[in-house]
Ligand binder design. Sequence first.
Ligand SMILES: O=C(CO)COP(=O)(O)O
Ligand SMILES: O=C[C@H](O)COP(=O)(O)O
Ligand SMILES: [Zn+2]
Ligand SMILES: [Zn+2]
Length: 331
Amino acid sequence: MALVSGKQILEEAKKKGYGVGAYNVNNMEQIQAIMAAAKETQSPVIIQASRGALKYSNFTYLGYLMKAAIIENPDIPIVMHLDHGNSLESAIKAIDLGFSSVMIDGSLLEDGKTASTYDYNIKVTRSVVEYAHARGVSVEAEIGTLGGIEDGVGSGKIHLTDPKEAERFVNETDVDSLAIAIGTSHGAYKFKGAANLAFDVLKEIRALIDIPIVLHGASSVPKELTGEVNKYGGKMPGATGVPMSNLQEAIKLGVSKINVDTDGRLALTAAIRKVFTESPEKFDPRDYLGPARTALTNLIITKMKDFGTAGHARDYAPKSLEDIKKLYLSK
Ligand SMILES: O=C(CO)COP(=O)(O)O
Ligand SMILES: O=C[C@H](O)COP(=O)(O)O
Ligand SMILES: [Zn+2]
Ligand SMILES: [Zn+2]
């Protein structure tokens, strides 16, 4: 079986200095596309489902599709990761489904919107770490709030990760990886002008903590994709993302996990819009979901090469969840 923990894949990536993309999935075609790209480029891979994605699929549907990816790809190290868990309950639900890694985003309250306090974050993160580690499952936490630097650091809306606070947080929670805020945000509208990331903050954090660092909101929103969407009737004026060169710089400075959802959505949407525009007589879902799947595969192949993940699938013998559990319990 190719299921591995988040800790295993990310520690390996950190040691070798490459990035691993964590790609969001909602359906079969997305999972197949990502796995086809991983196989083609021989990359370890993280497939992640958000709370919303799990709920949309009534949990088991998406959980079992993700497991199918593991059965189909015995030679590829795969992490099944919960993206943006918001409570111990959400983590337990994912772990019960067989996930090997969970995020607890305690930087926000359970509503997923309101910024929390440091103490709240510590408490909820610790509860997830205790439950997850006893079962061999890795935990990603988050400190700081996402948002563009232009949106006003310190305005209450966003705040970049405080390196000293990050150091304390890691020591107090025993998490396996940490998502930080350095100016990225979720979605297709990240920057008002040019991309602006706080690399100095990233450097400081890297110097103070020793676990893998995670970057959310890392889609590049390439002009070719939004151009295609707009060309075929979409409306996404002014969409911007994080240029690949900035992501490569971030990887160099110590980011190991790179979260990508928006770019995948754009690739699917562009391909589907194209079919609908060029072949309005088509109505078989395979006629538009098939090309969408191919477009997503190609996008992820490029990312796997650009992040440096390509070729690293066989670097290590994946451990079983049982072995990983022993590792945590012997600490
Ligand atoms: O961070 C993400 C998922 O957790 C996705 O970010 P993007 O919206 O930039 O793809
Ligand atoms: O972090 C956000 C991810 O892009 C997942 O988005 P979602 O909650 O709409 O599934
Ligand atoms: Zn967050
Ligand atoms: Zn995110």
